[in-house]
Design a binder for this molecule. Structure first.
Ligand code: AMP
Length: 215
C-alpha cells in the first residue's frame, strides 16, 4: 500500500510516518529529510537549496522529483511507501502519478491531516528531534526526558530545525495554502482523499489513520 501524508508544516506527518514505518514495514520518503541531508553533507545541490529552505519557500519541482525518482528506483524491500511532504505542487503530483505508473504501482490513499494554524505555530516553535533516531519532542506536550536521554533510543543530542521559527513558518504556511492545498481537490477528485483530525493525541491520530486506511 502506498500512501501520501498531506498537511501543513507541523501537522504531524513525520511523527505518523515514523509510526507506520515501525508498525507496517513501510518506507518513509520525506523530501524535507532528503534535502536536509544534502544540505548537511554539503553537496552542490544542498548548497543550492539551503537559502530557499531557510526562508521557508519551496525548492524547484525538478530537484524534489529527481530525489523521489531515485528512491523509487532503489528502495524495494518494504510493504509500501509513505510520501511525507511530497508532492507539494500539482506538477509534483502529476510527476508522481507518472513515476508510480512506470513502476507498476499506484497511490492507494491520501491522508489529509487537518490542524488549525494556531496549533501549528505552537507545535513548530516548541519542536525538537533526537539527533540519533529522529523522535519528535515538544517543549510543552512531550518534553525531552529529564535525564536528557531520548526515550526511544537513549540518544543524548537533540536538534531544532533552522526553519522552525515564526518568520519561516509564515512563509511555509503561505506556500502550503497557495501551492500545496490545491492537491486536496486533486486527490478528492481521484477518490483517494481521507481527512483526519491532526489535533488529537498522537495515538488518536494513529487510530484515525488506521481506520482511514482500512475503509
Ligand atoms: P519539510 O521537512 O517537509 O517541512 O520540508 C522542509 C523544507 O524543504 C520546505 O520548507 C521546502 O523548502 C523544502 N521541501 C521539502 N519537500 C519539498 C517539496 N516536495 N517541494 C518543494 N520543496 C520541498
Amino acid at each position: 500500500m502506498n500512501i501520501i501524508l498531506l498537511g501543513p508544516p507541523g501537522a504531524g506527518k513525520g511523527t505518523q510516518a515514523r509510526y507506520l514505518v515501525e508498525n507496517r514495514n513501510m518506507v518513509q520518503l520525506s523530501t524535507g529529510d532528503m534535502l536536509r541531508e544534502a544540505k548537511d553533507s554539503g553537496t552542490e545541490m544542498g548548497k543550492m537549496v539551503a537559502g530557499v529552505m531557510a526562508r521557508g519557500e519551496l525548492v524547484t519541482d525538478e530537484i524534489v522529483i529527481g530525489l523521489i525518482k531515485e528512491k523509487l528506483e532503489s528502495d524495494t524491500t518494504h510493504d509500501g511507501f509513505i510520501f511525507d511532504g511530497f508532492p507539494r505542487t500539482l506538477e509534483q503530483a502529476d510527476a508522481l502519478a507518472d513515476l508510480m505508473k512506470f513502476e507498476g504501482q499506484r497511490i492507494d490513499a491520501v491522508i489529509e491531516m487537518r490542524v488549525d494554524d494556531d496549533a501549528l505555530v505552537e507545535r513548530i516553535t516548541a519542536r525538537s528531534t533526537c539527533g540519533n533516531c529522529g523522535e519528535v519532542f515538544n517543549d510543552n506536550t512531550k518534553p525531552i526526558p529529564a535525564d536528557g536521554k531520548c526515550d526511544h533510543c537513549g540518544g543524548t543530542e537533540f536538534k531544532r530545525r533552522a526553519d522552525d521559527n515564526e518568520e519561516s513558518l509564515k512563509i511555509r504556511l503561505m506556500a502550503y495554502y497557495k501551492q500545496t492545498s490545491p492537491l486536496i481537490g486533486y486527490y478528492y477528485a481521484k477518490g483517494l482523499l481521507k481527512a483526519v483530525n491532526g489535533l488529537g493525541e498522537i495515538e488518536e491520530v494513529q487510530a484515525e489513520i488506521a481506520a482511514a486506511l482500512k475503509g
